[in-house]
Design a protein around this ligand. Structure first.
Ligand SMILES: Nc1ncnc2c1ncn2[C@@H]1O[C@H](COP(=O)(O)OP(=O)(O)O)[C@@H](O)[C@H]1O
Ligand SMILES: [Mg+2]
Length: 326
């Protein structure tokens, strides 16, 4: 299995520096997710690892070999993109085996590897179909099949699920996680969606403006965000974050408390407010409380809780759940 190491990696386009010195160790067999807002440099960093983009400075090491200046084909990687262009006139089997056909591998070998790959991805019953007769999720699996069949040391994914609808996305998240467990390969996965990062990653790398904000497991980032940026980015609904006088009273620059870490009471509590809006999600509800000293405060409560817009309510932080950033 293969590790990936980035050492002081930088990238500029003209005078614009978009990757500002990244140091990162991705362990062999790890599922590593790069997450961050649009434009923070996720795709650029992934393309630098793939060799599709050169590095302006620093070193990239794959499988203990310095590949900083190596061609993409010499790096043992395979990439899956959001817009996976399947060949419309080829069958699923031909699409999956296309790379091996190009490399003029023997027909029997191609057929055997296509069969193995299709088995892994549950595409065996679809091998004779053309892409237009497939669902979005099946097409994406074919695209992943084209990567798997090459037996790469490292898989690189750039927002591969963005074009799928919500229920298919959550199914594909599970399938990719299971695929990772089965193949045991090193995977690097780019997304702007913190839910994908939380649900799939062994290791999350939060990027912001071309630098790393924090690296950790999903629960490390959820429980112990080191910056207000990470606090606001990881978790849904977002953590309540307050600057100014509120934070000063709490002895910090930014004070944070997650909606699920606030207790709601009709009679007493730390902050008194008026219920402005309620999002009923079923199992739980998100209550928007207007608090004079804070502004809007989001509180997650039990879906069964009886509460009405216009009610007076009190919110209190649960013990040891507050975050203070200096
Ligand atoms: N080929 C390029 N030339 C100039 N600027 C680029 C190029 N590719 C990306 N950028 C810029 O680099 C920044 C990071 O882009 P990108 O890596 O695509 O972000 P992300 O994938 O996180 O949305 C953006 O400001 C983008 O406009
Ligand atoms: Mg991108």
């Amino acid at each position: 299995m293969t590790s990936v190491v980035l050492d002081g990696v930088r990238k500029s386009f003209g005078s614009l520096e978009v990757i500002k010195g990244v140091d990162l160790n991705i362990g062999a067999g790890e599922f590593c997710v790069f997450v961050g807002p649009s434009g923070c440099g996720k795709s650029t960093l992934l393309r630098m690892i793939s060799g599709l983009e050169t590095s302006s400075a620093g070193k990239i090491v794959i499988d203990n070999k310095d590949v900083t200046d190596a061609e993409p084909s010499e790096r043992g990687i395979a990439m899956v993109f959001q817009s996976y262009a399947l060949y419309p006139h080829l069958t699923v089997a031909e699409n999956i085996g296309f790379g091996l056909s190009l490399a003029r591998r023997p027909k029997a070998e191609i057929a055997e590897k296509v069969k193995q790959t299709a088995d892994i991805l549950q595409l065996s019953h679809l091998l004779d179909r053309k892409p237009k007769a497939l669902s979005g999720g099946q097409r994406q699996r074919v695209a992943i099949g084209r990567a798997i069949i090459r037996n790469p040391k490292v898989f690189l994914f750039d927002e591969p699920l963005s074009n799928l609808d919500a229920s298919l996305r959550s199914q594909m998240r599970m399938e990719l996680t299971e695929l990772h467990a089965r193949l045991g390969a090193t995977m690097i996965y780019v997304t702007h969606d913190q839910v994908e990062a939380m649900t799939m990653a062994d290791k999350i790398v939060v990027l912001n403006g071309g630098h790393i904000e924090q690296v950790g497991s999903p629960m490390e980032l959820y429980n112990g965000p080191q910056t207000a940026f990470v606090a606001g980015f990881i978790g849904s609904p977002k953590m309540n974050l307050f600057e100014g006088a509120v934070a000063k009273d709490e002895g910090c620059r930014v004070y944070g408390i997650r909606p699920e870490h606030l207790q709601l009471s009709a009679t007493d509590g730390k902050w008194q407010g008026t219920v402005r809006h309620i999002e009923r999600l079923g199992a739980d509800s998100i209550v928007y409380l207007d608090v004079e000293t804070l502004g809007s405060l989001l509180v997650r409560t039990d879906g069964d809780k009886i509460i009405t817009i216009g009610d007076t309510a009190f919110a209190s932080p649960m013990p040891n759940k507050e975050h203070r950033f200096t």
